[in-house]
Ligand binder design. Structure first.
Ligand SMILES: CC(C)(COP(=O)(O)OP(=O)(O)OC[C@H]1O[C@@H](n2cnc3c(N)ncnc32)[C@H](O)[C@@H]1OP(=O)(O)O)[C@@H](O)C(=O)NCCC(=O)NCCS
Length: 218
């Protein structure tokens, strides 16, 4: 397993203490444990490679956390089936893959998202952004970055057991350091979720997390 320690440090810098991060290049899939291999029986080679690379890094991160597993299955919602007492997230894009894990005593929810250079055309904004988010957007690059933040937040919400039905069910409220997540009116309340992001060259990295001690709805 080749590690991209520079990328690991960047992701760690967007997260609170207690998180283990592993990142590296997407490489051709080697043999996988049966539970994992069954999840990609019909996948094309590129998908097999990103999935397998993610699983290898995730298992390595879990071992470093002191919670080693033989295999990391998937939930019915397609997210990783983390062991009891662990939160985590996986992402792959632009030739790299990353996994982040933490004990639930430290974080209640965790999401990460990496995006390569991309744009999000104006015609799609209305279906994934709230009115306030749309009003603050300047161009299709900013829209792609905001969508990546929402994907990290989506993974965090899913890990909390509260996956939103629509991307417009929650809003990214800009802060000096990133975003604070706010659920739209009518959506069930969630604990406070903080979303941070940074650009490294053409690559964007986003993290979303919820402290274990945050008991109050946002
Ligand atoms: C789940 C989602 C956020 C993944 O983001 P992405 O930018 O497409 O892809 P990434 O490479 O960053 O992440 C992929 C990883 O996310 C994880 N993932 C997939 N579904 C997930 C879920 N429901 N919850 C948490 N993590 C999930 C998986 O680990 C996946 O990698 P793997 O299949 O190799 O294990 C994205 O596919 C999405 O938004 N799906 C739509 C879900 C939806 O329609 N919800 C209703 C509207 S909110």
């Amino acid at each position: 397993m080749t590690r991209d320690r520079a990328l690991e440090d960047i992701i760690l810098g967007l997260l609170p203490p207690g998180v283990i991060v592993r990142a590296g290049p997407i490489v051709a899939a080697g043999p996988l444990p049966t539970i994992e291999a069954r999840l990609i029986t019909r996948a094309v080679e590129t998908r097999r490679a990103e999935f397998a690379s993610g699983r290898v890094l995730a298992r390595n991160a879990l071992a470093a956390l002191g919670r080693p597993v033989q295999a990391l299955g998937a939930t019915p919602g397609a997210g990783p089936d983390w062991p009891d007492g662990v939160v985590g997230s996986l992402t792959h894009a632009h030739g790299v893959v990353a996994a982040a894990v933490a004990r639930k005593t430290a974080l209640a929810g965790l999401g990460i998202d990496i995006e390569g250079p991309r744009t999000l055309s104006l015609s799609t904004w209305g279906s994934v952004f709230t009115q306030a988010e749309c009003a603050a957007l300047t161009d299709s690059h900013a829209a792609a970055r905001l969508f990546s933040a929402k994907e990290a937040a989506y993974k965090c919400l899913a890990g909390l057991g509260q996956p939103p039905a629509e991307f417009s069910d929650f809003e990214m409220q800009p802060q000096v350091w990133g975003y604070r997540l706010r659920m739209s009116r009518g959506a069930p309340p969630v604990p406070e979720i903080l979303v941070r992001h940074c650009l490294i060259g053409e690559r964007g990295v986003c993290t979303a997390y919820c402290h274990a001690s945050t008991g109050q709805p946002a």
